[in-house]
Design a protein around this ligand. Structure first.
Ligand SMILES: N[C@@H](CCC(=O)N[C@@H](CS)C(=O)NCC(=O)O)C(=O)O
Length: 242
């Protein structure tokens, strides 16, 4: 049995990690039925050691080899544990498009709702920065928020009002709900990479600590059934149930 450790950003209320990309890896390991350890990365120094080039998480260590980037991690897992493939051969272009859309478009809605919407940001900051010593606790949340709002503005979504973003997210979720009307999983009759990329984001929008977007998920019955189905197929001892 390989020795596997997932390096991630710490859990947040209702999720195994505050980072959707880390959740994607938890769920991929769960789908493959692998046991693993989890380490929460707390310092920029450790982040640089794990991923010196991009300084991002998740990182997965398998028997001493470190792999970074959720997509590369899944590709590696598919290669090494090929019985349950996550990137299957049917519709590869569709799966890549959905995964890319989740990682680069839907992801920004999650960032917007967590960092730009004050009603969500304030309790989140209380939880996320609770362990920082005084005086860091007084100014680090504000500094990190300012940097994140700058990224949201540069990406474009940060220039929209909350009601405009709400309507855009409603359209995205309605599209997903329609897609699930055609078949049980995002890309057909089996769970795969598209489901694993979208799940962490839709689950995050539906959390009780996200009251300003939660109803957008709850109003779609098929999306809720699918959330529970993905959860059931991918849960591990480290995950938090829907
Ligand atoms: N393409 C990467 C994206 C990973 C990513 O953006 N991770 C974020 C957390 S959600 C991160 O590490 N951010 C740290 C930073 O930007 O300083 C993947 O799929 O793993």
């Amino acid at each position: 049995m390989a020795d596997i450790t997932l390096y991630q950003f710490a859990p947040d209320e209702g999720a195994e990690s505050a980072s959707p990309f880390c959740v994607k890896v938890h769920r991929s390991l769960g789908l493959k039925g692998l046991s693993y350890n989890v380490r929460n990365v707390l310092s920029p120094k450790e982040l640089s050691r794990l991923n010196p080039e991009h300084k991002k998480l998740p990182a997965l260590e398998i028997d001493g080899t470190i792999i970074v980037d959720s997509t590369k991690i899944i590709e590696f897992l598919d290669e090494k544990y090929s019985e349950t493939r996550i990137y299957r051969d049917d519709q590869p272009w569709f799966v890549s498009m959905v995964e890319d859309w989740a990682d680069t478009s839907l992801y920004w809605f999650a960032v917007y709702y967590r960092w730009q919407v004050s009603e969500h940001f304030e309790p989140f900051a209380e939880r996320a920065f609770a362990k920082l010593p005084v005086p860091l606790k007084w100014f680090v949340p504000g500094v990190v928020r300012k940097k994140t709002l700058k990224s949201l503005h540069a990406q474009g979504i940060g220039r929209f009002s909350e009601s405009e973003v709400h309507e855009q997210l409603r359209e995205h979720l309605a599209w997903l709900n329609d897609l699930l009307g055609e078949h049980e999983w995002m890309s057909g009759t089996e769970i795969g990479a598209a489901d694993l990329a979208v799940f962490p984001l839709v689950r995050q929008f539906a959390l009780p600590c996200m009251p300003r977007c939660r109803s957008l998920v709850l109003e779609h019955e098929r999306l809720n059934t699918w959330l529970r189905a993905v959860d059931a197929k991918t849960s591990t001892e480290h995950t938090v149930s829907v």
